[in-house]
Design a protein. Structure first.
Length: 164
């Protein structure tokens, strides 16, 4: 795959992840676990960011301390409220995973499929789908920040971190 195209993809996806990190960082501890459930919206976004970055959906496992509650069809919540530090560590995990996946894209693995009960996408399509999902939740998190604390995390045009 063309290195310029990979750099563009990383620039935009990394920018989405930067915006997610900025929103999590901006949330005050007093607003973390309000009825809006800022923490849970951020966690849900990170869980699926991680999941959709996986080479094989069937063998996905989130890093500790996170579990599989997001897959519970009854909508069960995680066993506890995750801390800001835990979610920022998860951001770092996902960012590294995303960067490595994009950097390693080539003609062969770009065509591999991400398949689960709901999706059957090429690697490139699941990356774009994933980016849209992250940005959707970043918008929600920024709305919560505006409503609860009259702050926002701001726009990131593209990540400043180079892919190579």
């Amino acid at each position: 795959m063309d290195s310029n195209l990979k750099q563009i993809l990383w620039g935009q996806f990394g920018g989405c992840i930067d915006m997610l990190k900025n929103a999590i960082t901006a949330c005050d501890e007093r607003d973390w676990n309000q009825p809006s459930q800022f923490w849970y919206n951020a966690y849900h976004c990170l869980f699926y960011l991680d999941y959709y970055l996986s080479e094989d959906a069937a063998s996905f496992a989130p890093p500790p301390p996170f579990g599989f509650s997001e897959f519970d069809p009854s909508g069960a919540m995680p066993e506890r409220v995750y801390t800001k530090e835990e979610l920022l560590n998860y951001v770092h995990h996902c960012r590294s995973k995303c960067k490595a996946l994009i950097a390693g894209l080539n003609e062969e693995n770009a065509a591999k499929r991400f398949v689960n009960d709901y999706r059957d996408y090429s690697r490139v399509e699941i990356l774009i789908y994933n980016m849209r999902h992250v940005q959707h939740h970043v918008g929600q998190l920024n709305l919560i920040l505006r409503q609860q604390a009259d702050i926002g995390a701001g726009w990131v045009s593209r990540t400043e971190e180079s892919l190579f």
